[in-house]
Ligand binder design. Structure first.
Ligand code: ATP
Ligand code: MG
Length: 409
Protein backbone atom coordinates (compact mmCIF):
# COMPACT_ATOMS: atom_id res chain seq x y z
CA UNK A 1 0.00 0.00 0.00
CA UNK A 2 1.41 3.38 -0.97
CA UNK A 3 0.54 5.87 1.69
CA UNK A 4 1.22 9.52 0.96
CA UNK A 5 1.08 10.89 4.48
CA UNK A 6 1.44 10.04 8.13
CA UNK A 7 -0.79 11.86 10.57
CA UNK A 8 0.95 12.25 13.95
CA UNK A 9 -1.06 13.10 17.09
CA UNK A 10 0.58 14.67 20.11
CA UNK A 11 0.60 13.37 23.68
CA UNK A 12 -0.14 14.92 27.10
CA UNK A 13 -3.22 16.71 25.86
CA UNK A 14 -3.82 18.30 29.25
CA UNK A 15 -1.03 20.78 28.58
CA UNK A 16 -2.42 24.19 27.82
CA UNK A 17 -1.43 27.66 26.71
CA UNK A 18 2.13 28.63 26.12
CA UNK A 19 3.43 25.26 27.31
CA UNK A 20 1.32 23.64 24.63
CA UNK A 21 3.09 25.62 21.97
CA UNK A 22 6.47 24.75 23.45
CA UNK A 23 5.48 21.09 23.56
CA UNK A 24 4.53 21.11 19.88
CA UNK A 25 7.61 22.97 18.74
CA UNK A 26 9.94 20.68 20.70
CA UNK A 27 8.16 17.57 19.52
CA UNK A 28 8.38 18.63 15.91
CA UNK A 29 12.12 19.19 16.39
CA UNK A 30 12.49 15.70 17.88
CA UNK A 31 10.49 14.14 15.06
CA UNK A 32 12.60 15.90 12.43
CA UNK A 33 15.84 14.81 14.12
CA UNK A 34 14.78 11.20 14.55
CA UNK A 35 13.58 10.98 10.95
CA UNK A 36 16.58 12.77 9.46
CA UNK A 37 17.82 9.64 7.65
CA UNK A 38 14.64 9.71 5.53
CA UNK A 39 15.54 12.75 3.53
CA UNK A 40 12.50 13.01 1.28
CA UNK A 41 10.09 13.69 4.13
CA UNK A 42 8.30 17.00 4.58
CA UNK A 43 6.62 18.13 7.77
CA UNK A 44 3.44 20.17 7.98
CA UNK A 45 2.30 21.35 11.39
CA UNK A 46 -1.32 22.00 12.21
CA UNK A 47 -2.95 22.37 15.62
CA UNK A 48 -2.12 19.42 17.94
CA UNK A 49 -0.89 17.33 15.02
CA UNK A 50 1.73 17.05 12.32
CA UNK A 51 1.37 15.67 8.82
CA UNK A 52 4.42 13.99 7.40
CA UNK A 53 4.49 13.88 3.61
CA UNK A 54 6.28 10.68 2.65
CA UNK A 55 7.19 11.85 -0.89
CA UNK A 56 8.02 8.29 -1.93
CA UNK A 57 9.67 7.06 1.30
CA UNK A 58 8.04 3.85 2.42
CA UNK A 59 5.79 4.03 5.42
CA UNK A 60 6.97 1.02 7.46
CA UNK A 61 10.49 2.12 8.47
CA UNK A 62 9.22 5.61 9.22
CA UNK A 63 6.55 4.05 11.45
CA UNK A 64 9.13 1.92 13.28
CA UNK A 65 11.08 5.04 14.19
CA UNK A 66 8.00 7.10 15.08
CA UNK A 67 6.89 4.51 17.65
CA UNK A 68 9.85 5.39 19.85
CA UNK A 69 9.65 9.18 19.82
CA UNK A 70 8.52 10.56 23.15
CA UNK A 71 5.55 12.90 23.00
CA UNK A 72 3.87 11.08 20.11
CA UNK A 73 0.45 9.89 21.27
CA UNK A 74 -0.45 7.95 18.12
CA UNK A 75 -0.11 8.09 14.37
CA UNK A 76 -1.93 6.89 11.26
CA UNK A 77 -0.86 6.15 7.70
CA UNK A 78 -3.04 8.28 5.45
CA UNK A 79 -4.13 8.31 1.82
CA UNK A 80 -4.49 11.82 0.46
CA UNK A 81 -7.41 11.98 -1.96
CA UNK A 82 -8.75 14.44 -4.52
CA UNK A 83 -11.98 15.96 -3.31
CA UNK A 84 -14.32 14.55 -6.00
CA UNK A 85 -16.80 12.11 -4.53
CA UNK A 86 -15.66 9.33 -6.85
CA UNK A 87 -12.04 9.77 -5.82
CA UNK A 88 -12.91 9.64 -2.12
CA UNK A 89 -15.01 6.52 -2.67
CA UNK A 90 -12.32 4.72 -4.67
CA UNK A 91 -9.56 5.60 -2.23
CA UNK A 92 -11.66 4.47 0.73
CA UNK A 93 -12.26 1.15 -0.94
CA UNK A 94 -8.58 0.78 -1.79
CA UNK A 95 -7.65 1.40 1.84
CA UNK A 96 -10.08 -1.18 3.22
CA UNK A 97 -9.01 -3.77 0.65
CA UNK A 98 -5.36 -3.39 1.50
CA UNK A 99 -5.58 -3.85 5.25
CA UNK A 100 -3.26 -6.61 6.48
CA UNK A 101 -6.09 -8.11 8.56
CA UNK A 102 -9.31 -7.98 6.52
CA UNK A 103 -12.10 -6.68 8.79
CA UNK A 104 -15.54 -8.29 8.97
CA UNK A 105 -17.25 -5.13 10.18
CA UNK A 106 -16.64 -1.42 9.61
CA UNK A 107 -18.11 2.00 9.87
CA UNK A 108 -17.40 5.27 8.09
CA UNK A 109 -16.87 8.54 9.97
CA UNK A 110 -16.61 11.57 7.75
CA UNK A 111 -15.54 14.89 9.18
CA UNK A 112 -16.30 17.87 6.97
CA UNK A 113 -13.62 20.30 8.09
CA UNK A 114 -14.25 22.42 4.94
CA UNK A 115 -17.87 23.42 5.28
CA UNK A 116 -18.34 24.34 1.59
CA UNK A 117 -18.07 20.72 0.54
CA UNK A 118 -21.32 19.89 -1.33
CA UNK A 119 -22.31 16.88 0.81
CA UNK A 120 -22.64 17.04 4.57
CA UNK A 121 -20.98 14.44 6.76
CA UNK A 122 -24.07 12.26 7.25
CA UNK A 123 -24.65 12.05 3.50
CA UNK A 124 -20.98 11.34 3.01
CA UNK A 125 -21.04 8.47 5.53
CA UNK A 126 -23.70 6.83 3.37
CA UNK A 127 -22.15 7.69 0.04
CA UNK A 128 -18.76 6.27 1.00
CA UNK A 129 -20.06 3.38 3.13
CA UNK A 130 -22.43 2.08 0.46
CA UNK A 131 -19.66 2.08 -2.15
CA UNK A 132 -17.32 0.11 0.11
CA UNK A 133 -20.08 -2.35 1.04
CA UNK A 134 -21.11 -2.96 -2.55
CA UNK A 135 -17.55 -3.80 -3.53
CA UNK A 136 -16.41 -5.86 -0.56
CA UNK A 137 -18.16 -9.20 -0.15
CA UNK A 138 -18.66 -10.38 3.46
CA UNK A 139 -18.05 -6.94 4.95
CA UNK A 140 -20.84 -5.62 7.21
CA UNK A 141 -21.57 -2.34 8.93
CA UNK A 142 -21.39 -2.15 12.71
CA UNK A 143 -21.72 1.36 14.06
CA UNK A 144 -21.16 0.36 17.69
CA UNK A 145 -18.10 -1.87 17.73
CA UNK A 146 -16.65 -2.06 14.23
CA UNK A 147 -13.39 -3.90 13.56
CA UNK A 148 -12.33 -0.89 11.54
CA UNK A 149 -13.37 2.74 11.56
CA UNK A 150 -12.73 4.36 8.21
CA UNK A 151 -12.08 8.04 8.77
CA UNK A 152 -12.40 10.64 6.06
CA UNK A 153 -11.34 14.16 6.94
CA UNK A 154 -12.43 16.63 4.26
CA UNK A 155 -10.33 19.77 4.09
CA UNK A 156 -10.18 22.52 1.50
CA UNK A 157 -7.10 21.16 -0.25
CA UNK A 158 -7.86 17.45 -0.08
CA UNK A 159 -9.45 14.62 1.82
CA UNK A 160 -7.41 12.60 4.30
CA UNK A 161 -8.44 8.95 4.53
CA UNK A 162 -7.18 6.49 7.11
CA UNK A 163 -8.27 3.77 9.48
CA UNK A 164 -5.22 2.44 11.28
CA UNK A 165 -4.20 4.11 14.55
CA UNK A 166 -0.79 3.09 15.92
CA UNK A 167 -0.01 3.82 19.55
CA UNK A 168 3.07 5.98 20.17
CA UNK A 169 5.36 6.09 23.20
CA UNK A 170 3.45 9.00 24.77
CA UNK A 171 4.98 11.34 27.34
CA UNK A 172 6.82 14.60 26.67
CA UNK A 173 9.31 15.57 23.98
CA UNK A 174 12.84 14.80 25.07
CA UNK A 175 14.37 17.55 27.20
CA UNK A 176 11.15 19.52 27.67
CA UNK A 177 11.25 18.97 31.44
CA UNK A 178 14.95 19.51 32.02
CA UNK A 179 17.87 17.23 32.79
CA UNK A 180 18.65 14.52 35.35
CA UNK A 181 21.56 12.25 36.21
CA UNK A 182 20.66 8.56 35.83
CA UNK A 183 22.44 6.10 38.11
CA UNK A 184 23.03 3.34 35.60
CA UNK A 185 24.18 -0.03 36.91
CA UNK A 186 24.44 -3.07 34.68
CA UNK A 187 21.16 -4.48 36.01
CA UNK A 188 17.67 -4.77 34.62
CA UNK A 189 16.08 -1.88 36.47
CA UNK A 190 18.09 1.25 35.95
CA UNK A 191 17.94 1.28 32.12
CA UNK A 192 14.15 1.03 32.40
CA UNK A 193 14.14 3.88 34.93
CA UNK A 194 16.22 5.91 32.47
CA UNK A 195 13.81 5.25 29.62
CA UNK A 196 10.89 6.30 31.81
CA UNK A 197 12.65 9.47 32.84
CA UNK A 198 13.30 10.29 29.18
CA UNK A 199 9.70 9.58 28.31
CA UNK A 200 8.70 12.16 30.90
CA UNK A 201 10.72 14.72 28.97
CA UNK A 202 13.98 14.52 30.92
CA UNK A 203 17.25 14.51 29.11
CA UNK A 204 19.56 12.16 31.03
CA UNK A 205 23.27 11.84 31.56
CA UNK A 206 24.23 8.41 32.90
CA UNK A 207 26.54 7.82 35.86
CA UNK A 208 28.16 4.44 36.44
CA UNK A 209 30.34 3.46 39.41
CA UNK A 210 32.95 0.84 38.66
CA UNK A 211 35.55 -0.82 40.82
CA UNK A 212 38.17 -1.57 38.24
CA UNK A 213 40.26 -3.80 38.52
CA UNK A 214 37.91 -5.71 40.83
CA UNK A 215 35.16 -5.36 38.26
CA UNK A 216 35.96 -6.50 34.74
CA UNK A 217 36.28 -4.65 31.47
CA UNK A 218 33.20 -6.62 30.32
CA UNK A 219 31.16 -5.16 33.15
CA UNK A 220 31.99 -1.71 31.82
CA UNK A 221 31.26 -2.70 28.22
CA UNK A 222 27.87 -3.90 29.32
CA UNK A 223 27.00 -0.53 30.80
CA UNK A 224 28.32 1.21 27.68
CA UNK A 225 26.04 -1.02 25.63
CA UNK A 226 23.03 -0.18 27.83
CA UNK A 227 23.76 3.53 27.58
CA UNK A 228 24.04 3.19 23.81
CA UNK A 229 20.63 1.57 23.71
CA UNK A 230 19.24 4.49 25.71
CA UNK A 231 20.87 6.78 23.17
CA UNK A 232 18.54 5.34 20.54
CA UNK A 233 15.69 6.93 22.49
CA UNK A 234 17.45 9.94 23.90
CA UNK A 235 19.85 11.12 21.25
CA UNK A 236 23.47 11.26 22.30
CA UNK A 237 24.05 10.13 25.87
CA UNK A 238 26.96 11.14 28.03
CA UNK A 239 28.09 8.33 30.32
CA UNK A 240 30.15 9.30 33.38
CA UNK A 241 32.37 6.45 34.52
CA UNK A 242 33.28 6.98 38.17
CA UNK A 243 36.28 5.14 39.68
CA UNK A 244 34.74 3.91 42.93
CA UNK A 245 37.35 1.40 44.14
CA UNK A 246 39.02 3.64 46.71
CA UNK A 247 35.78 4.89 48.24
CA UNK A 248 34.41 1.38 48.35
CA UNK A 249 37.52 -0.06 49.95
CA UNK A 250 37.49 2.65 52.58
CA UNK A 251 33.83 1.94 53.40
CA UNK A 252 34.44 -1.82 53.44
CA UNK A 253 37.13 -1.29 56.07
CA UNK A 254 34.98 0.91 58.28
CA UNK A 255 34.05 -2.00 60.53
CA UNK A 256 30.33 -1.77 59.78
CA UNK A 257 29.86 -4.87 57.71
CA UNK A 258 26.08 -4.82 57.62
CA UNK A 259 26.00 -1.13 56.64
CA UNK A 260 28.36 -1.32 53.68
CA UNK A 261 25.63 -1.13 51.06
CA UNK A 262 23.96 1.77 52.85
CA UNK A 263 27.26 3.62 53.08
CA UNK A 264 28.12 2.89 49.46
CA UNK A 265 24.79 4.13 48.18
CA UNK A 266 25.14 7.34 50.17
CA UNK A 267 28.58 7.97 48.73
CA UNK A 268 27.23 7.24 45.24
CA UNK A 269 24.55 9.87 45.75
CA UNK A 270 27.08 12.41 47.00
CA UNK A 271 29.18 11.89 43.91
CA UNK A 272 26.14 11.93 41.63
CA UNK A 273 25.08 15.26 43.11
CA UNK A 274 28.46 16.76 42.41
CA UNK A 275 28.24 15.56 38.81
CA UNK A 276 24.69 16.90 38.58
CA UNK A 277 25.89 20.30 39.67
CA UNK A 278 28.70 20.30 37.12
CA UNK A 279 26.29 19.35 34.35
CA UNK A 280 23.27 21.49 35.24
CA UNK A 281 21.04 18.55 36.13
CA UNK A 282 18.28 19.07 38.67
CA UNK A 283 17.44 15.54 39.78
CA UNK A 284 18.85 12.05 40.24
CA UNK A 285 17.08 9.03 38.77
CA UNK A 286 17.59 5.51 40.15
CA UNK A 287 16.15 2.08 39.40
CA UNK A 288 15.09 1.46 43.01
CA UNK A 289 11.92 -0.58 43.44
CA UNK A 290 10.40 -0.82 46.89
CA UNK A 291 11.31 -3.93 48.84
CA UNK A 292 13.34 -5.56 46.06
CA UNK A 293 16.56 -5.92 48.06
CA UNK A 294 17.86 -4.82 51.46
CA UNK A 295 18.95 -1.42 50.15
CA UNK A 296 15.47 -0.75 48.81
CA UNK A 297 13.34 -1.18 51.92
CA UNK A 298 11.62 1.97 53.07
CA UNK A 299 14.02 2.18 56.00
CA UNK A 300 17.04 1.94 53.70
CA UNK A 301 15.65 4.40 51.18
CA UNK A 302 15.10 6.85 53.99
CA UNK A 303 18.63 6.64 55.35
CA UNK A 304 20.23 6.57 51.90
CA UNK A 305 18.07 9.33 50.43
CA UNK A 306 18.76 11.80 53.22
CA UNK A 307 22.22 12.44 51.94
CA UNK A 308 20.86 13.99 48.75
CA UNK A 309 19.44 17.46 48.42
CA UNK A 310 18.32 17.17 44.80
CA UNK A 311 15.03 15.37 44.12
CA UNK A 312 15.52 11.61 43.92
CA UNK A 313 13.31 10.22 41.19
CA UNK A 314 12.51 6.52 41.33
CA UNK A 315 10.20 5.71 38.44
CA UNK A 316 10.05 1.99 39.31
CA UNK A 317 9.42 2.35 43.01
CA UNK A 318 5.91 0.86 42.95
CA UNK A 319 6.36 -1.59 40.10
CA UNK A 320 6.56 -5.38 40.16
CA UNK A 321 9.69 -7.02 38.83
CA UNK A 322 7.69 -8.81 36.11
CA UNK A 323 6.39 -5.51 34.79
CA UNK A 324 9.87 -4.01 34.88
CA UNK A 325 11.19 -6.98 32.91
CA UNK A 326 8.37 -6.47 30.39
CA UNK A 327 9.56 -2.91 29.82
CA UNK A 328 13.21 -4.01 29.63
CA UNK A 329 12.28 -6.43 26.85
CA UNK A 330 10.24 -3.84 25.04
CA UNK A 331 12.96 -1.20 25.07
CA UNK A 332 15.65 -3.70 24.11
CA UNK A 333 17.86 -3.64 27.23
CA UNK A 334 16.94 -6.97 28.82
CA UNK A 335 19.33 -9.23 26.90
CA UNK A 336 22.28 -7.02 27.79
CA UNK A 337 21.19 -6.57 31.41
CA UNK A 338 21.16 -10.28 32.12
CA UNK A 339 24.77 -10.84 31.02
CA UNK A 340 26.50 -12.18 34.13
CA UNK A 341 29.31 -9.68 34.83
CA UNK A 342 29.99 -8.50 38.36
CA UNK A 343 28.74 -5.14 39.52
CA UNK A 344 30.77 -3.10 41.99
CA UNK A 345 28.15 -3.68 44.68
CA UNK A 346 28.04 -7.45 44.36
CA UNK A 347 31.74 -7.57 45.27
CA UNK A 348 31.16 -6.37 48.78
CA UNK A 349 27.76 -7.79 49.61
CA UNK A 350 27.78 -8.55 53.33
CA UNK A 351 26.22 -11.71 54.77
CA UNK A 352 23.36 -9.82 56.37
CA UNK A 353 22.91 -6.32 54.95
CA UNK A 354 20.85 -4.00 57.17
CA UNK A 355 17.25 -3.78 56.05
CA UNK A 356 16.52 -1.06 58.55
CA UNK A 357 19.74 0.90 59.01
CA UNK A 358 19.97 3.41 61.82
CA UNK A 359 20.60 6.93 60.57
CA UNK A 360 22.59 7.96 63.64
CA UNK A 361 24.94 5.01 63.37
CA UNK A 362 25.39 5.61 59.65
CA UNK A 363 26.14 9.30 60.14
CA UNK A 364 28.54 8.52 62.96
CA UNK A 365 30.36 5.94 60.86
CA UNK A 366 30.80 8.55 58.12
CA UNK A 367 31.93 11.17 60.63
CA UNK A 368 34.59 8.75 61.89
CA UNK A 369 36.01 8.53 58.37
CA UNK A 370 35.70 12.31 58.18
CA UNK A 371 38.05 14.16 55.86
CA UNK A 372 39.48 10.97 54.46
CA UNK A 373 36.13 9.94 52.95
CA UNK A 374 35.55 13.46 51.61
CA UNK A 375 38.96 13.39 49.99
CA UNK A 376 38.29 10.03 48.31
CA UNK A 377 34.93 11.31 47.09
CA UNK A 378 36.65 14.38 45.62
CA UNK A 379 39.15 12.16 43.88
CA UNK A 380 36.41 9.96 42.46
CA UNK A 381 34.68 13.03 41.03
CA UNK A 382 37.92 14.31 39.57
CA UNK A 383 38.83 10.92 38.13
CA UNK A 384 35.49 10.51 36.37
CA UNK A 385 35.76 9.85 32.65
CA UNK A 386 33.04 10.77 30.19
CA UNK A 387 32.17 8.84 27.07
CA UNK A 388 29.59 10.05 24.60
CA UNK A 389 27.37 7.40 23.09
CA UNK A 390 25.31 7.51 19.98
CA UNK A 391 22.95 4.73 18.93
CA UNK A 392 24.73 2.17 16.77
CA UNK A 393 28.18 3.78 16.97
CA UNK A 394 31.46 3.29 18.79
CA UNK A 395 31.95 5.32 21.95
CA UNK A 396 33.92 8.53 21.58
CA UNK A 397 35.90 9.92 24.50
CA UNK A 398 34.98 13.45 25.36
CA UNK A 399 36.71 16.20 27.19
CA UNK A 400 34.16 18.91 27.86
CA UNK A 401 32.62 18.33 24.48
CA UNK A 402 30.28 21.04 23.22
CA UNK A 403 26.86 19.80 22.38
CA UNK A 404 24.68 21.23 19.64
CA UNK A 405 20.94 20.88 19.55
CA UNK A 406 21.00 19.16 16.15
CA UNK A 407 23.63 16.74 17.35
CA UNK A 408 21.21 14.52 19.08
CA UNK A 409 20.53 11.81 16.55
P1 ATP B 1 19.52 -2.54 38.74
O1 ATP B 1 18.88 -3.62 38.00
O2 ATP B 1 19.22 -1.20 38.17
O3 ATP B 1 20.98 -2.79 38.98
P2 ATP B 1 18.99 -3.68 41.24
O4 ATP B 1 17.69 -4.28 41.46
O5 ATP B 1 20.14 -4.57 40.93
O6 ATP B 1 18.85 -2.55 40.14
P3 ATP B 1 20.61 -2.35 43.17
O7 ATP B 1 21.79 -3.02 42.63
O8 ATP B 1 20.31 -2.39 44.62
O9 ATP B 1 19.27 -2.80 42.50
O10 ATP B 1 20.68 -0.83 42.77
C1 ATP B 1 19.66 0.08 42.99
C2 ATP B 1 19.90 1.28 42.12
O11 ATP B 1 21.11 1.93 42.50
C3 ATP B 1 20.09 0.93 40.68
O12 ATP B 1 18.85 0.81 39.98
C4 ATP B 1 20.92 2.07 40.16
O13 ATP B 1 20.09 3.21 39.88
C5 ATP B 1 21.80 2.39 41.35
N1 ATP B 1 23.08 1.67 41.23
C6 ATP B 1 23.44 0.51 41.80
N2 ATP B 1 24.70 0.16 41.47
C7 ATP B 1 25.16 1.11 40.65
C8 ATP B 1 26.39 1.34 39.95
N3 ATP B 1 27.41 0.49 40.02
N4 ATP B 1 26.51 2.45 39.20
C9 ATP B 1 25.47 3.33 39.09
N5 ATP B 1 24.31 3.17 39.73
C10 ATP B 1 24.13 2.08 40.50
MG1 MG C 1 22.10 -3.85 40.45
Amino acid sequence: MNYELVLVRFGEIVIKGRNRNRFETMLLTQIRLALKPFDKLEFVRSYARVYIRLNGESYEPVAERLKDIFGVLSFSPVIGSELELEAIRENSLKLIRNLSVPPSTFKVSVNRGWKQYPHNSIEMNHLVGSHVLRNTPDLKVDVRRPDVELKVDIQKDMAYIYCEVVKGAGGFPLGMNGKAMLLLSGGIDSPVAGWMAMRKGLRVEAVHFHSYPFTSEQAKDKVVELARRLAYYGGKIRLHLVPFTEVQTKLANSGHDNLIITLMRRSMLRIAERLAEQNDALAIVTGDSLGQVASQTLGSMNVIGRVASLPLLRPLVMMDKQDIIGYAERIGTYETSILPYEDCCTLFVPKSPAINPNLNIVERAEAMMGGELDRLIDEAVQGTEVVVLKAGEEAEASAGEQRREDDWF
